[in-house]
Write a protein of this length. Structure first.
Length: 140
């Protein structure tokens, strides 16, 4: 599974997040979420991607998944290697950690924008969500 968050028009900015799930190398699920209209930080969107993915795995009773994120901050904080300094991220960290442990999942860092198929797919889906949101906003 790969998770990613995106932020446009500044940081904080307009944000989205997405996850893509694979089984034996084949995509078997994906979801994206617009995180507005409030402005958020990129770190918030990266955390939200992980939380939404973990909630999906929990509700689907899927366990033992290796989850990849290109956010070193999220990976190291959720794996309890770094302290969470941002008050806004503390509840997201607690929720992510709890769901990660409960599902016996593994969270790993993957370099961003390094042509890793799953990471690229999650990144593109984040941008698709933001593109669609911008299109819908201009129709109003």
């Amino acid at each position: 599974m790969y998770v990613d968050g995106a932020c446009r028009k500044g940081n904080p900015g307009v944000c989205s997040c997405a996850w893509v799930l694979y089984n034996d190398g084949l995509e078997c699920g994906r979801a994206g979420h617009f995180l507005g209209p409030e402005l958020h930080t990129n770190n918030f969107s990266e955390y939200q991607a992980l939380v939404f993915a973990l909630e999906y795995l929990y509700s689907s009773n899927i366990r033992n998944v290796v989850i990849h994120s290109d956010s070193k901050l999220v990976v190291n904080q959720v794996n309890q290697e770094w302290k969470v300094l941002s008050e806004d991220l503390i509840p997201l960290n607690a929720k992510a950690y709890g769901l990660l442990v409960q599902g016996a999942h593994i969270l790993r860092h993957v370099p961003g924008h390094s042509l890793i198929e799953g990471n690229e797919a999650a990144d593109k889906f984040c941008n698709k969500v933001l593109d669609e949101q911008e299109e819908n906003a201009t129709k109003i």
